[in-house]
Design a protein around this ligand. Structure first.
Ligand SMILES: *Cc1c(COP(=O)(O)O)cnc(C)c1O
Length: 376
C-alpha cells in the first residue's frame, strides 16, 4: 500500500514554504496576531481596498450575482467582458484584447496556443513560472538565455532556425524589479522574423507616467509582432488577466486557448472593480504618488545592498536562505511585513527581502522602513 504520510520528499526547515493566514486592512496586515505595515503586496496603487473600486464591484454583484456560471464559450460571456476588452485595448493602444481568468491561466493557455513542437521559444531565465510552464506545456523547443542578455539571445536566434519562433520575456521582472528593453527585443524580432510576448504583470499601472506599462512607455503599443500579457490582480487591485495583440492574433487565440475554452469566465463583479480601477489610473494621481514614493526610497537608501531597480519592486540581496529568513524576522519585530524570497523562486544563493512600494505608503512609513533596514 502507498504511504500517503510519506508521499513527498522531506523539505528542510529553511526551505519550507508556509501559508500564513493574514488579514489585510488597507496598508496594514495582521499575521499571527501581529499588526504589521505591509511592504509585500503587488497592490501597487492600493486599489484593491479603494472605496470606489469596491463600490463598483458590489453594485455589479447586485445586478449580476457572484459567479459567471459557465465558460465564455457556453453562457458566461457577459457584455461587460467585451466592453472592458474594447476599453482596455484602446487605453493600451492595441487593436484587440482578450480577458482570461488569471495571469497563470493566460500564460498557460497562450504559449500552447501559439506554439507546438516545431516552434522555438526563446525565454529569459528569470521569466515568471507561468511562462516557463506554458512553454513546457506547448511542447516547443525552449532556449533559455541568461537574464536580459540580448547578445546571447541573438546568438541563439542565429543558430536555431524554424518557421515559427517567439521571444518571451517578463516586462518588469517580478523578483528583481529590473525591466526588459522592449525596443531591443522588437528589433531582434524584426531582424530574425519572430514574434515577441511580453508579460508586463508588474509594469501595468506602475511604469510610465500614465501607467500604461513598459510597452506603452517605449511607444511600441500595437506593434504587429507583439503580444502583451498582464494581470488585473496587481496594480488594478482586482483579479483576472488580459492579452493584447492584433485582431487576427486575438481571434486565433479565442479559437485555440484551452484555458479560455475550458474554464469558468471571470465574474462580472471582479471585472467591474477592475474597470473602476482603470478609470482611477487614467486620472493619473495614484501613479504620480507611487513614482514619488519610489524616488524617495531610492534617494534615501544609498549604501544598502539593493538590486538596480527603478520600479516599485526593491529587492535587498542577502544570499543564503537562513540570512533572508533572519532578516524577515527582524523586520517583523520592527513592525514591517517584508517576506524572504528563496529558491526555487530565485536562484540558489540569491535569497532576498523583496520590498514592494505602494502609492498608499506615506513618506514617514518609508522613512521608518529604511531606518529598520539600516539597523539590519
Ligand atoms: C503575478 C504574475 C503572473 C500571474 O498572474 P496572476 O493573475 O496572479 O495569476 C504572471 N506573470 C507575471 C510576470 C507575474 O508577476
Amino acid at each position: 500500500m502507498v504511504d500517503t504520510g510519506n508521499w513527498f520528499d522531506v523539505i528542510s526547515e529553511t526551505q519550507q514554504r508556509k501559508l500564513l493566514a493574514s488579514q489585510r486592512d488597507g496598508l496594514w496586515i495582521e499575521v499571527q496576531g501581529q499588526r504589521l505595515l505591509n511592504f509585500a503586496s503587488n497592490d501597487y496603487l492600493g486599489l484593491s481596498t479603494n472605496h470606489q473600486v469596491c463600490a463598483a464591484a458590489k453594485a455589479a454583484i447586485d445586478t449580476h450575482g457572484l459567479g459567471s456560471g459557465a465558460s465564455r464559450l457556453v453562457s458566461g460571456d457577459d457584455p461587460l467582458l467585451h466592453e472592458f476588452e474594447r476599453e482596455f485595448a484602446a487605453w493600451k493602444g492595441f487593436e484587440a484584447c482578450l480577458i482570461l481568468g488569471s495571469g497563470m491561466l493566460a500564460n498557460m493557455g497562450l504559449l500552447p496556443a501559439l506554439a507546438d513542437r516545431f516552434t522555438h521559444i526563446f525565454s529569459d531565465k528569470l521569466n515568471h513560472a507561468s511562462l516557463v510552464d506554458g512553454a513546457r506545456l506547448s511542447g516547443a523547443k525552449v532556449h533559455r538565455y541568461p537574464h536580459l542578455d540580448l547578445n546571447i539571445l541573438e546568438a541563439q536566434l542565429q543558430k536555431n532556425t524554424a518557421a515559427k519562433r517567439m521571444i518571451v520575456s517578463d516586462g518588469v521582472f517580478s523578483m528583481d524589479g529590473d525591466a526588459v528593453d522592449v525596443q531591443a527585443l522588437l528589433d531582434l524580432a524584426e531582424t530574425y522574423d519572430t514574434i515577441v510576448v511580453i508579460d508586463d504583470a508588474h509594469g501595468t499601472g506602475t511604469a510610465g507616467i500614465d501607467g500604461k506599462g513598459l510597452v506603452g512607455q517605449a511607444g511600441l503599443a500595437g506593434h504587429v509582432r507583439l503580444l502583451e500579457v498582464g494581470t488585473l490582480g496587481k496594480a488594478l487591485g482586482s483579479y483576472g488577466a488580459y492579452i493584447l495583440g492584433t485582431s487576427s492574433m486575438i481571434e486565433g487565440l479565442k479559437q485555440r486557448m484551452r484555458t479560455l475554452i475550458y474554464s469558468t469566465a471571470l465574474p462580472v463583479c471582479v471585472l467591474a472593480g477592475a474597470q473602476e480601477a482603470l478609470n482611477i489610473i487614467k486620472q493619473g494621481d495614484f501613479i504620480k504618488k507611487l513614482h514619488h514614493n519610489i524616488d524617495f526610497f531610492l534617494q534615501n537608501t544609498q549604501g544598502l545592498h539593493l538590486l538596480p531597480s527603478q520600479t516599485a519592486i526593491q529587492p535587498i540581496m542577502l544570499g543564503s536562505d537562513a540570512q533572508a529568513l533572519h532578516a524577515a524576522k527582524v523586520m517583523r519585530e520592527a513592525g514591517f511585513f517584508v517576506p524572504a524570497i528563496r529558491p526555487p523562486t530565485v536562484p540558489q544563493g540569491q535569497s532576498r527581502l523583496r520590498i514592494t512600494l505602494s502609492a498608499q505608503h506615506q513618506q514617514s512609513d518609508i522613512q521608518r522602513l529604511i531606518e529598520a533596514l539600516r539597523e539590519l
